[in-house]
Design a protein around this ligand. Structure first.
Ligand SMILES: CC(C)(COP(=O)(O)OP(=O)(O)OC[C@H]1O[C@@H](n2cnc3c(N)ncnc32)[C@H](O)[C@@H]1OP(=O)(O)O)[C@@H](O)C(=O)NCCC(=O)NCCS
Length: 179
């Protein structure tokens, strides 16, 4: 699929991660409260983990797994990513924002712009879904605010690091987005 490298919104610049972003990523990702629902991340989260994260984004195939650094006032305050499944004409959305920026609507603004860019650039794309721990209220609120519909909860549907939890699934169809 095709995805633009740069997306601009009222307050945000979304652009590919660069090696110069490691310190900004480390600053927010080392916060255990930020990663509470991101169980697969290493703990403690060391600088080398931020380096590895950025390196993975640099090496990723942007036609299948694009990520965008969320830039506010020249600082990286989060990331938004898609995983495209071209044969199934769908993609999965994921996101995170630094804790000191929570509640300002930044994730909603960025995620909405990514969904729009993905639908515009890929006329064959039918749906974009997202999933979250059923206890992750903020993440599900973002899904709702960008027009996703809750499709259900997979009870004890995921196990990460040996811990089973309920997972809520949301999606927006192209036809929902087109209104
Ligand atoms: C989820 C996350 C990206 C949201 O970022 P954000 O920029 O604060 O999101 P927004 O400000 O656009 O919207 C957050 C909404 O959630 C609401 N919210 C916050 N905590 C909540 C909770 N515990 N339960 C329900 N809603 C909650 C906010 O009030 C806001 O809704 P509102 O605009 O109606 O008031 C951020 O909390 C985060 O990075 N969390 C850690 C990583 C993570 O969990 N990522 C998602 C994995 S699925």
């Amino acid at each position: 699929m095709n995805f633009p490298d740069r997306i601009e919104t009222d307050r945000l610049l979304l652009r590919p991660f660069t090696l110069a972003d490691v310190d900004d990523v480390f600053a927010y990702a080392r916060d255990p409260e930020w990663s509470r629902f991101l169980r697969l991340l290493p703990r403690p989260y060391l600088r080398v983990h931020a380096e590895q994260f950025v390196a993975r984004q640099l090496l990723a195939d942007r036609s299948a797994r694009p990520t965008w650094a969320v830039v506010v006032d020249e600082a990286v305050v989060g990331g938004i990513g898609l995983r495209a499944d071209a044969p199934q004409r769908r993609a999965e959305l994921g996101y995170s924002i630094a804790r000191d920026q929570w509640g300002r609507g930044l994730c909603t603004e960025g995620a909405r712009a990514v969904v729009e860019a993905a639908f515009i650039a890929n006329p064959e794309l039918l749906r974009i879904h997202a999933r979250a721990d059923a206890d992750n209220g903020a993440s599900q609120r973002v899904m709702t605010k960008i027009g996703m519909v809750k499709e259900g909860v997979f009870r004890l549907g995921r196990v990460e690091r040996g811990e089973a939890f309920d997972e809520a699934w949301y999606a927006i169809l192209r036809r929902d987005w087109e209104g």
